[in-house]
Design a protein around this ligand. Structure first.
Ligand SMILES: *Cc1c(COP(=O)(O)O)cnc(C)c1O
Length: 459
């Protein structure tokens, strides 16, 4: 499979290039030149596969030039071996909702599902090519933890994680700062997530710095993350849809990575009706879907911090796709954003987006009510991100079954959950230790040069 950048259709890249670079040097995002389409009779053959076998089938469609199927199968088996549930994910039926629990990995958020595979892919690719690499990543809380746990203690790799100081939950932070691994570096930036992400992008785009420091990025702009996330859309569809009718997915959204994976699943032939883009009060994506105006505002701090994002990087991939892969049009819109602080989608593009997406947002107050209600009516503890997805679905009226992505374990945000339900969600037994461990983290000001200097001093 060949890849191109959203800002240049003429240059092609291999999976390995795309994987290691993360971001194209023209500032665009990598996308496949062509996406495999499963015909209905092919879908039937995938229906009864185990999670790992299904993952092998789907992921190999995107990286067969780098990994043969057996190699990939071993890699996937190794990646999910330590998950706390046999099939990687669980599906719980709560009233009419089908909750797709994606938080049974090592750091209790859906990001483990992609990141564990990515850690193993790195190791393989680096070994084959006799390379060393330094991973840089920005986090609103969960990405950093998942990346650290995928990369800690590996040879030939170091990882640098920027998080916005005091703007992530205690458990999120402890997952990152307590690993005691020599190749892990945590930086608490005196700033917000959007700035952290801007720093990472600018380091990756800076050719001199990026190549002299052997940088690689694993934020959700990395195409490989998207690929791994496509799998659970298929898996849950097969479990929930008995009649081959189209289903809806509600997805708590920040950087537009997870829901974009759902969009790719739909393009691959999975019968999806609507993808519900659920946001907290950082509702830029709701505004763009409902009005066509993409205009980042100031980031608001909410009880669902992993979605406290205004610049949803992956949205560029959707724009490129709905503009029929017109890179000039994509560049124009991105330039409008840079120059005018906003871009406006033409009606014909907006119409196309609305065929697949609809959107609602929840205030913190509404989110708390949902947490409260799920506990009262079903005795179920859910985290605030999952609550946003449930609440968004309830505000809409859609035909067909609904699968809600439950993206984090309630114990990761126990303060909020406990305030609403008076019950403290406990961490899984094998993870309780992290609460007492010593934390290792360095504070840095919002100054890109200082961050670069720090990284150079550690590699
Ligand atoms: C990262 C994250 C999200 C948002 O996912 P995106 O791919 O950035 O849209 C939602 N919920 C949780 C718990 C997360 O960690």
């Amino acid at each position: 499979m060949e890849y191109i950048s959203t800002r240049n259709k003429d240059l092609t890249f291999s999976f390995k290039d795309v994987f290691l670079k993360g971001l194209a040097s023209d500032g665009g995002l990598f996308v496949p030149k062509k996406i495999y389409f499963y015909k209905p009779e092919e879908l039937k053959k995938l229906k009864n596969l185990s999670y790992n076998d299904l993952a092998t089938e789907i992921i190999s469609k995107f990286c067969s030039d780098e990994f043969d199927k057996n190699e990939l199968k071993d890699l996937i088996n190794a990646s999910y071996e330590k998950f706390r549930t046999k099939n990687v994910v669980e599906i719980k039926k709560i009233g009419e909702l089908n909750l797709l629990e994606l938080f049974h990995g090592p750091t209790l958020a859906f990001k483990d599902i992609a990141m564990q595979v990515i850690g193993n892919m790195y190791e393989k690719i680096l070994k084959k090519n006799n390379k060393k690499i330094n991973v840089v990543v920005a986090t609103s809380g969960d990405t950093g933890a998942a990346a650290i746990h995928a990369i800690k203690n590996r040879n030939n790799m170091k990882i640098f994680v920027l998080h916005p100081k005091n703007k992530i939950s205690e458990v999120q932070r402890k997952f990152m700062t307590t690993t005691k691994s020599k190749n892990v570096f945590n930086i608490a930036l005196q700033s917000n997530f959007d700035e952290c992400q801007k720093f990472i992008k600018s380091m990756l785009r800076d050719k001199n710095f990026s190549s002299s420091a052997n940088l690689s990025g694993v934020n959700s702009i990395n195409w490989a993350r998207i690929v791994m996330q496509i799998v659970y859309y298929f898996f849950s569809y097969f479990k929930v849809s008995t009649d081959e009718k189209r289903v809806n997915f509600s997805v708590p959204t920040g950087n537009f990575g997870d829901i974009y994976a759902g969009y790719i699943a739909k393009k691959m032939g999975l019968p999806i009706n609507k993808l519900i883009l659920a946001t907290n009060s950082n509702d830029i994506l709701k505004r763009v879907i409902n009005t066509g105006i993409y205009k980042p505002l100031k980031v608001k701090h909410t009880i669902s911090p992993s979605m406290d994002i205004q610049v949803a990087s992956n949205f560029e991939r959707l724009i490129f796709d709905i503009c029929s892969c017109d890179s000039q049009e994509t560049i124009k819109l991105m330039n409008d954003l840079k120059v005018n602080g906003e871009f406006i989608l033409e009606e014909k593009y907006l119409k196309k987006i609305k065929e697949s997406f609809c959107s609602e947002s929840l205030s913190d107050k509404e989110t708390k009510l949902i947490i409260n209600k799920l506990y009262k009516n079903h005795g179920m503890l859910i985290d605030p991100h999952t609550a946003v997805a449930i609440g968004a679905y309830e505000k809409l009226s859609l035909e067909g079954k609904i699968i809600v992505l439950a993206t984090a374990h309630p114990s990761k945000f126990y303060n909020v959950v406990m305030n609403e339900t008076k019950i403290k969600p406990e961490l899984p037994e094998n993870l309780k230790g992290i609460l007492k461990e010593k934390e290792i983290c360095d504070d840095l000001p919002q100054d890109l040069e200082k961050v670069k200097k720090y990284i150079l001093s550690k590699i």
